[in-house]
Design a protein around this ligand. Structure first.
Ligand code: HEM
Length: 379
């Protein structure tokens, strides 16, 4: 007990000595505000809404509403960080903007509205409609078969280089399409089945696959464009082909050169235009374009462009993949082995076949030996 009293006495003496050494309580020094000093009638002032944060603090200490209103309106504050390193350090909430299809609101919310109200429902519907249309076409028409008998004489349709470029591009495209579809639409048809945890891991893995397949797609796309551009240049005969829909419905194919007008439309719109838009916006999203300032708005705009262009591209390529597999007999093996039968060439690309017969185009373009069967020119 004596010891406790001694300790208390020492503490009191020590505290009073500290109080004597403390600086004088100067009236001009900073005073802290009492945030419990609530003034209920402060908002009856007609200028209440227009008060700055400092003015508001005087009548309602601790009320920072004017500052947060400004933050919510996208006002950028001061930051000492260089813009090149931290382009948006002074801005918590982006300013108001109206993206196509959104209300006039903060950019983050505007982007969310475009994504959730337009890109996801309409992009998803487009893909389902394209799939349904192809299923319907296959159900009514089936595989387009050869009418005549095969001759056994082969024409080299695609060189090994053309096939390698095509398949590198097609494999990257498939990886991108599958991962992109799961990331965008998976929560509607996969998440309810496999649950949140597995879906989280799946999308995490697919996101990484998507980011790595993107640059491979970009490089192989450029090679595909350069490789196939010459035979996709428009020609007069393409107009007839388009006017008659290629004869797909009538069953009498309209003569075409190496690629018909349908393939050319796919090339210029699907491969060239949409492909380059998808690649450019994807490289921005991957932050791979040097010198570009990556702000939130940069990412929002490139995401919207990327998602819209990829949905259109995927819908077009569904048609291409259909025709290149179950839609037409002999098309897939042409891209797999490089060769088509003379009858195939005559029935599907008659003008190209005539040029080969006339010796204007070589039936064997690669110097290496053709497969077992004889080629058309050597027949
Ligand atoms: C993923 C599955 C794919 C399959 C099964 C497929 C199949 C085929 C087939 C069989 C051909 C030969 C058609 C003919 O002989 O006229 C072909 C041609 C072609 N493919 Fe693909 N393809 C696929 C993806 C792609 C992709 C992703 C691209 C480019 C983005 C592409 C671009 C081309 C081009 C440029 C041609 C030459 C004909 C033309 O210019 O339209 N393909 N494809």
């Amino acid at each position: 007990m004596r010891r406790f009293v001694l300790m208390c006495a020492t503490f009191v003496l020590g505290a009073s000595a500290w109080a004597q050494n403390a600086p004088p309580n100067d009236a001009a020094s900073v005073k802290s505000a009492n945030i419990f000093q609530i003034a209920p009638d402060a908002d009856s002032d007609p200028k209440y809404k227009a008060q700055t944060n400092a003015e508001r603090g005087k009548v309602q200490p601790g009320n920072n509403a004017p500052m947060w209103t400004q933050v919510g309106q996208g006002v950028t504050g001061y930051t000492s960080l260089p813009k090149s390193q931290a382009p948006e350090a002074g801005n918590l909430i982006q300013p108001f903007v109206q993206y196509p299809g959104s209300r006039l609101t903060n950019a983050g919310e505007a982007w969310r509205q475009v994504r959730n109200n337009w890109l996801i429902p309409y992009g998803g519907s487009l893909l389902l409609i394209a799939l349904g249309a192809l299923a319907l076409f296959y159900w009514r028409k089936g595989t387009i078969e050869l009418h005549g008998a095969e001759t056994g004489r082969k024409i080299e349709r695609f060189t090994p280089f053309e096939r390698s470029a095509h398949w590198a591009n097609a494999i990257a495209f498939t990886a991108l399409a599958v991962s992109g579809i799961v990331m965008a639409f998976g929560k509607f048809f996969i998440q309810p089945v496999i649950g949140n945890a597995l879906f989280g891991w799946l999308t995490y893995a697919l996101k990484n696959i998507h980011n790595f397949a993107g640059p491979l797609f970009a490089v192989s796309l450029v090679i595909v464009i350069v490789t196939f551009v010459r035979d996709n240049l428009p020609r007069a005969e393409d107009i007839t082909w388009l006017l008659k829909g290629g004869g797909l419905l009538s069953g009498t194919e309209v003569p075409s050169h190496r690629f018909n007008a349908g393939e050319k439309v796919l090339f210029w719109i699907g491969v060239f235009a949409l492909g380059l838009i998808v690649v450019a916006s994807g490289l921005v999203l991957d932050k791979l374009i040097p010198g570009l300032v990556y702000e939130r708005s940069t990412m929002q705009i490139s995401h919207m462009v990327h998602a819209a262009a990829t949905c259109l591209m995927m819908a077009m390529f569904m048609g291409h993949i259909y025709m290149g597999t179950i839609g037409m007999r002999g098309a897939y093996s042409a891209m797999r082995d490089g060769y088509v039968d003379e009858t195939w060439a005559k029935e599907h690309h008659e003008l190209w076949y005539q040029d080969i017969q006339a010796g204007k185009i070589s039936a064997q373009r690669t110097p290496a030996a053709a497969p077992a069967a004889k080629t058309a020119t050597t027949a």
